[in-house]
Structure formats: structure tokens, C-alpha cells
Design a protein around this ligand. Structure first.
Ligand SMILES: Cc1cc2nc3c(=O)[nH]c(=O)nc-3n(C[C@H](O)[C@H](O)[C@H](O)COP(=O)(O)O)c2cc1C
Length: 363
């Protein structure tokens, strides 16, 4: 059966519902939860619903080309995978290996978390031709970070995604009651394999500054994607420090509550880096083809997804992750046709307006 003709899994939320039934509640909560009141977690999705679409009709949409480039590499469509930790908690057998295969099968970029449960080399081996990026953070041991980067370079990863919004872990109210993994006390197969843990914990360096980004830039030839920026002034710092791209992200609502929804924060960042050549992407709450379109129209060059892949893995391993991507790709293609865009260059900012536009019309 074509993977998008499955009556049990019609849209991405169906995978989350099914994962909730399949996973132990402790694991499900670890993946699903946001921090504190979970305001930003919910807002990421609610904010998308406040934007409306304005199509151009009768434009011959018989051929839709979703392809684009990011950091100079051609991808089949402008949706890529955010790094998410310990994926063998979702798919015991394969974890990140399944994710990488699914990403490569639809021409997306796979971003491997430094807290992955498969090695950098194992993931590279299954997708020799896939585009792979490596996510890193500043560890107390600089040696540990240097080793990770050298291994990623050697294994053919083509960019470093540097997470800058996690000097300390966000505070979770919900999962702390039933799962220590919210503090990431790793055990068994749910254990990062590329980094050394001290007392079961990852030692992040909370003294890192913009100077460390400059150091990173001088240490590696790989382009740097700074992940976790939500304001224009921080985006300008990123440009000054040599970033090649910015991933507008609030960590899926898991770090600092009351950060804005990323779809709202995006244009400020896009405006701040205008003319610098730095590319801007976004993640957070993307679940529909229309969400992808809204993000692109508001200035993102590409859109990233986190949890939907985890839900796909939890339901059916590789097949589930691939089905998530197939469904989303089909939705993006239909949205493009219905709005009258044959390729990403035809997307215009005026095709997406805030709902207040229609309130003003009604006055
Ligand atoms: C279970 C889980 C683990 C994550 N692990 C990481 C990580 O290791 N590094 C990182 O930079 N971001 C991590 N993130 C954040 C994601 O990269 C991404 O920003 C977020 O999931 C996007 O929102 P979405 O899940 O609504 O798509 C994690 C998110 C989740 C849900």
C-alpha cells in the first residue's frame, strides 16, 4: 500500500495519538513535554492557526517542483529533520539509523543529535549519499567537542548545528514526577553513545559565550548553523561571529517558557540578517503542509521538524518515520498547487496574512 493511503495514519497527529498508546508513559512524556507551564509548547502550534492564506488562482500548477538548496546542497523539498536525543527510546532496534534512512529516502537533511543512541559513523554508513548535519553543544570538556567535530567531518557530515539555547536544561514540571529522563539520567539502550557521561549526566558548559562561536568557526571548516535564536539582535550577533545559517527555534518549547512561537519570531530574525547571505530556517510546531508554507512565506528558507519523526519511529520504526515525511510532503505539494505556486521562488510574503487582517476588514 502507498504509505500515504493508510486509514490509520492520515495526518501527523495520528502518529502522536498512536505513539501515546504504544510507548510507556514515561517515554511518551519525555518526548512530548515542554517546560514549566508548557505555554511555548502549545503556542508553537496555536500561532500557526492565526495565519490565513491568500492564493493566486488559474496559474497552471500541473508541475510542482519543491526542490531547493540549503547551504549550497540541493534537497528535494524544504523540510528537514531537527536533532532529537535518544531515539532508541522510540525505536529500540534502529533509532537514529531509521531516521537517517527515512530522511534520505525523501531527500531531506538529517540532523544527528550529539545525544544520539547510534554512533556518528553508523548513521553515515546507512546513508552514504544522504545529506547529514551534526548537532553539537559546548561541553565542559572542549576535547570532547573537538573529537565529535572531527568524527563528524571524517564521516561526511556537511554542517554543524550548534545549539545555543541550552546553557542549562529547561525545567519540566510534568515529567519530573514520573521520569528521570526529563533530567536525562540515561540508562540501558537509551544512552548517548557519542559522548562521555559523568554520573549519567551530560556536562554542558554553561560558561560558553559568543567568543566560543568564533573559536568554533576557526576550528572547523564546516558551515555553522546556530540553533535556538528567536530575536533580531541575537541574530545579528550570530552574523558577526561568522554563522552561516540560523535555525529559529525555541527548542520545541522545552527550554525557556514564554519564548514566542517561532512562526511569530521568524520575520524579525529574517529582517535582522537581510543582506548578510546568512540563511534562516525555523522549527517548532510544524505539523501540516500549510504550516510549512506559512513559514516559507514568512521568510524561512527551510523548515525543520522534531517530534513527528519520534512519533513515526514509535509507531513503525523506519516505515513510520518515512510515512510521516511522505504525508507531509504530499500536503506541502497540495498546498503549493492550491495557492498557485509551482516552486519555492513563487511563494510571496503577501500569500500569508495574520488573522487580524480580516478583523480590520470587518470593521
Ligand atoms: C525528545 C526531544 C529531544 C530533543 N533533543 C534535542 C537535542 O539533542 N539537541 C537539540 O538541539 N534539540 C533537541 N530537541 C529540540 C528539537 O531539535 C527541535 O527544536 C524541536 O523538537 C522542534 O519542535 P517540534 O518538536 O514541535 O517539531 C529535542 C526535542 C525533543 C522533543
Amino acid at each position: 500500500m502507498n504509505s500515504i493511503q493508510d486509514k490509520d495514519y492520515v495526518c501527523l497527529d495520528d502518529f502522536q495519538k498512536s505513539a501515546n498508546e504504544r510507548l510507556q508513559s514515561s517515554s511518551f512524556n519525555y518526548f512530548a513535554d515542554g517546560c514549566n507551564e508548557q505555554f511555548t509548547l502549545k503556542e508553537n502550534r496555536e500561532a500557526f492557526k492565526r495565519y490565513r492564506l491568500r492564493p493566486k488562482l488559474l496559474r497552471d500548477v500541473s508541475n510542482i517542483d519543491l526542490s531547493t538548496t540549503i547551504l549550497g546542497e540541493r534537497i528535494s523539498w524544504p523540510v528537514c529533520l531537527s536533532p532529537t536525543a535518544i531515539q532508541r527510546l522510540a525505536d529500540y532496534d534502529e533509532g537514529e539509523v531509521a531516521t537517517a534512512r527515512a530522511a534520505a529516502s525523501v531527500g531531506s537533511v538529517m540532523t544527528l543529535s550529539c545525544l544520539s543512541t547510534r554512533t556518528i559513523e553508523e548513521v553515515a554508513a546507512v546513508t552514504p549519499r544522504g545529506v547529514r548535519w551534526m548537532q553539537v553543544q559546548f561541553f565542559k570538556s572542549r576535547q570532547q567537542l573537538e573529537n565529535l567535530i572531527k568524527r563528524a567531518e571524517k564521516a561526511g557530515y556537511t554542517a554543524l548545528v550548534v545549539t545555543v539555547d541550552q546553557p542549562v536544561r529547561g525545567h519540566k514540571y510534568k515529567s519530573t514526577t514520573d521520569y528521570n529522563a526529563s533530567l536525562l539520567t540515561f540508562t540501558g539502550h537509551a544512552k548517548p553513545v557519542n559522548v562521555d557521561l559523568s554520573d549519567g549526566e551530560v556536562d554542558f558548559d554553561n560558561s560558553a559565550t559568543w567568543h566560543d562561536i568564533k573559536w568554533l568557526k576557526s576550528f572547523t571548516k564546516l558551515p555553522l548553523v546556530l540553533k535556538g535564536i528567536t530575536t533580531g539582535d541575537q541574530a545579528k550577533n550570530a552574523v558577526e561571529c561568522g554563522a552561516d545559517a540560523i535555525l529559529v527555534s525555541n527548542h520545541g518549547g522545552r527550554q525557556l517558557d514564554y519564548l514566542p512561537a517561532t512562526i511569530d519570531a521568524l520575520p524579525e530574525v529574517v529582517a535582522a540578517v537581510k543582506g548578510s547571505g546568512v540563511e534562516v530556517y525555523m522549527d517548532g510546531g510544524v505539523r501540516h503542509g500549510t504550516d510549512v508554507f506559512k513559514a516559507l512565506a514568512r521568510g524561512a528558507r527551510a523548515v525543520f521538524i522534531g517530534r513527528p519523526i519520534i512519533w513515526g519511529l514509535s509507531c513503525k520504526g523506519y516505515e513510520g518515520a518515512k510515512q510521516v515525511l511522505d504525508i507531509l510532503k504530499d500536503e506541502v505539494e497540495k498546498t503549493m498547487a492550491l495557492i498557485g505556486c509551482r516552486n519555492v521562488n513563487e511563494i510571496e510574503p503577501s500569500m500569508v496574512v495574520h488573522q487580524d487582517y480580516y478583523r480590520q476588514q470587518a470593521l
